[in-house]
Design a protein around this ligand. Structure first.
Ligand code: MCN
Length: 787
């Protein structure tokens, strides 16, 4: 049982993988409760329409249909779905978002009615038999157009389709910086809308026990405790202690499984009405239509600088498309997680940011891997390249000139209202990336190639990001309506085996392994002696879940607090058994031993047994070895690094091929290098997807034109290069082991690196304005226009 070497820092194989890769994982749709009925949602085929009447009589007549409900049926017994993260410090217009629309449908996919039937096929067939009379209204899908006078209006509660107007920074100082600038560059960026595409679509299964009044909801969730409180306290008004939420195996989320969805409310509401289990599983088409989407910012950016490349000011106006209603965290993403991050890795003395959150006839927009930080990083990293181009400087040198110096940490960016960047040392990561990619040689190759019409481009991205989302007090001041601590409960069983719960909820990140590594090391036991339990609100302390790359930085802190408490008790028991005073013992290598006499000790197994047998405990000590802890860190963590991408553009077709991809990242010390590499590999793939392939495209009526994997181009293996990865290590002063988050940084860093590379390949042709995704058509058209 005793481990010989520390597990933290080792590439321990993922404990969860054998069951996942052998098909033994139990996902939502694998749960079959007796007597279950199946729900299917009738969704609006129109982007914007008044609902004049709903006739369900033909559907009721279909054998196997058990019930049909509309928004009007639910109105008095289910509240609207709440928005938990508003834009802080400014008024937010919060129109109600009901599980089923009542008078008006506001996007294609908006729920109109639910059919409950004996099986899912009958339920879906019955949808075709519901007759809805709509008055189709003009729609608006673009945030800029939605703000124009005369645009179709979505909500009475949001005049002009505006949710909020939010600002950060110092406008006066910024105006002065621009007035004094030697160079000003301006650029419009459309950070396009993306769809998360997890392997498992979303779903929910509710079971109500009329005897006990208890409701159990299984759902595809990244944060079951949050889902529980939103559902119980805000929407259905069920006493919290009568609700249990379970996230079974969850097949990826990328942010899209954080939020409370109408179907979760509907199955819970129907289960209580029918006293039968009710299951809803989204089809892939529904996932495209109605699962929350990401990004969709239109940004107007200006940079003021001196001729030597020093940036003196940054002005940003961003229009954030929030979709038809507010999602759980909708307004918080383009404000706190975007607007306060726009200065990136650079010391910029004057910054002003304005953000409008706008309603449109499109699905709801919320977090998607990175959530706000990719939009901020893309903006500043693209502007660094455009500035370098304007000044005829090397993009690497413009970055270097403006980096926040290592002695400036903890660093608070100018007037942005952000918690301080905890630690950083940006130049070594840049230098390592330049050296690994062979930057100077590549520049020579590029110059030579251009003489022969070869379009080679090198793109850099020196990113930072904010993660380890917390502390509660700061986030609450930002408009987040909850705490942001994380919890743990560690229990040592009589035989020395360990069960530890975390309030975070893994859906691909490998917590069962990395948290087990941490706990096992604390007691000096093997990784298989520890079972990490998550995803069930029953019997586990309240936790906030997995997003914002917070699980290790915040949840790991909670885990260490619990193991520390238990170690204290172990030492007290050990000292008692060894007949010495507690000050004279220490815990090391899986045993409590007398200081200076390592041979005299009691093993972890003996101590665990003693704690449960009671008879050999110090008098007055309670039985058992367990602890519950909460950790609310004083600051977030700010990972960073430099990614370098090398591309070649086909001059005839505009097709972009990524030749090399070098990623140098700094997430502090790592618990499991293999898992962190995996997080970066997946993250980089998603960032490349945004740069080159993906976009949710809506026509003017609000119809999704890229509504399947045939049209929405997620990257395939053949589109991606092998990544060359390396690290620098700059610990965070306040997180466990000094570790920073690793779950999103790849996505945040890679998009600008790729776009900068393509722009670099084409810059000598006079092409500077490239809007994502850089499909062959987009690049080819730009080349034609430049001719
Ligand atoms: N880790 C480590 N050393 C570090 C940092 C992290 O060993 N210095 C490990 C952690 O212990 C954990 C993993 O790396 O096992 C990720 O940790 P962390 O950065 O704390 O991020 P979270 O666990 O909170 O994951 C959230 C993050 C987000 S926000 C999205 S979106 C995302 C992501 O993780 N979605 C994913 N990674 C994903 N991976 C998969 N497979 N599927 C998703 O949907």
């Amino acid at each position: 049982m005793v481990a010989t070497a520390p597990l933290v820092g080792q590439s321990v194989r993922r404990k969860e993988d054998p069951r996942l890769i052998s098909g033994q994982g139990r996902y939502l749709d694998d749960i079959h409760l007796p007597n279950t009925v199946h729900a299917a949602l009738l969704r609006s085929p129109h982007g914007h329409a008044r609902i004049l009447s709903i006739d369900t009589s033909r559907a009721w007549a279909l054998p196997g249909v058990v019930a049909i409900y509309t928004g009007a049926d639910m109105k008095d017994t289910a509240n609207p779905l709440p928005c938990a993260f508003t834009a802080g410090g400014v008024p937010n217009n919060l129109p109600p978002h009901r599980a089923l629309a009542i008078d008006k449908a506001r996007y294609v996919g908006d729920g109109i009615a639910v059919v409950v039937a004996e099986d899912e096929y009958i339920a879906h067939d019955a949808l075709d038999l519901i007759d809805v009379e709509y008055e189709v209204l003009p729609a608006v899908v673009d945030a800029e157009k939605a703000l124009e006078p005369g645009a179709p209006q979505l909500h009475d509660e949001a005049p002009g389709n505006l949710c909020m107007h939010w600002t950060a920074g110092n406008q006066e100082k910024t105006d002065a910086a621009f007035a004094a600038a030697e160079v000003v560059i301006k650029h419009r960026i459309h950070n396009q809308r993306l769809i998360a595409n997890p392997m498992e679509t979303r779903g929910a299964l509710a079971n109500y026990d009329p005897g006990t009044g208890e409701l159990t909801l299984w759902c595809t969730s990244q944060n079951p405790h949050v889902h529980k409180i939103l559902l119980a306290a805000f929407v259905l008004g069920i006493p919290e202690h009568k609700v249990r939420v379970i996230a079974p195996e969850v097949g990826g989320g990328f942010g899209s499984k954080i939020f409370l969805y109408p179907d979760m409310v509907i199955v819970s509401w129907v289960a209580r009405r029918l006293s039968r289990p009710v299951k809803f599983v989204e089809t892939r088409s529904e996932n495209y239509l109605a699962t929350q989407q990401g990004r969709d910012h239109t940004q107007y950016v200006e940079v003021a600088a001196r001729r030597d490349g020093t940036v003196t000011g940054l002005r940003v106006r961003s229009l954030a498309n929030l979709g038809a209603y507010l999602s759980t965290a909708g307004p918080g993403i383009p404000t706190t997680l975007f607007g306060r991050l726009v200065s990136g890795a650079y010391r910029i003395p004057a910054i002003s940011v304005e953000v409008d959150g706008v309603f449109t006839n499109t699905p709801l927009v919320d977090a998607y891997r990175g959530a706000g930080r990719p939009e901020a990083t893309f903006l500043i990293e693209r502007m660094m390249d455009l500035l370098a181009l304007e000044l005829g400087m090397d993009p690497a040198e413009v970055r270097r000139k403006n980096f926040i110096p290592p002695d400036a940490f903890p660093y608070s960016p100018s007037d942005l209202g952000l918690v301080p960047y905890d630690s950083g040392n940006y130049e070594p990561a840049l230098d390592k990336a330049l050296q690994l990619v062979g930057y100077h040689e590549l520049r020579r190759e590029q110059e030579e190639g251009r003489k022969h019409g070869r379009l080679l481009g090198i793109g850099l991205s020196s990113y930072i990001e904010i993660c380890g989302l917390a502390p509660s007090a700061w986030m609450q001041a930002q408009g987040w309506g909850a705490p942001l601590f994380e919890s743990s409960q560690v229990r040592i069983l009589a035989t020395g085996k360990i069960i530890a719960t975390t309030g975070s909820s893994s859906h691909g990140q490998g917590h069962e392994t990395t948290f087990a590594q941490i706990v096992a090391d604390q007691f000096g036991v093997g990784v298989d002696d520890v079972e990490i339990v998550h995803g069930d609100t029953q019997g586990a302390p309240f936790g906030l879940g997995t997003y914002g790359s917070r699980s290790l930085a915040v949840g790991g802190g909670a885990m260490l607090r619990s193991t520390d408490k238990i170690k204290e008790k172990l030492m007290a028991i050990g000292a008692h058994l060894l007949e010495v005073s507690p000050e004279d013992v220490e815990y090391a290598d899986g045993a409590v031993s007398v200081k200076g006499a390592p041979g005299r000790g009691k093993s972890f197994g003996d101590l665990a047994m003693a704690a449960w047998l009671v008879s050999s405990l110090p008098s007055g000590m309670e039985a058992g070895l367990e602890a519950i802890s909460y950790y609310d860190p004083p600051d977030c963590t700010f990972p960073f690094g430099t990614h370098a991408c090398v591309v070649e553009v086909d001059p005839d077709t505009g097709k972009v091929t990524i030749l090399r991809y070098v990623a140098v990242d700094d997430v502090g010390p790592v618990i499991n290098p293999m898992i962190v590499d995996g997080q970066f590999h997946g993250g980089i793939a998603q960032g490349i997807g945004q740069a080159l392939f993906e976009e949710a495209v809506y026509d003017d009526d609000g119809q999704l034109k890229t509504g399947s994997m045939m049209d929405y181009a997620v990257p395939k293996a053949m589109d991606l290069p092998s990544y060359e990865t390396a690290r620098t290590v700059t610990p965070s002063p306040h997180s466990p082991f000094g570790a920073k988050g690793a779950g999103e940084a790849g996505t945040i860093a890679s998009t600008p690196a790729v776009v900068n590379a393509v722009a670099d390949a084409l810059s000598h042709l006079g092409i500077h304005d490239l809007q994502m995704p850089l499909t062959p058509q987009c690049v080819w058209s730009a080349m034609q226009a430049a001719k």
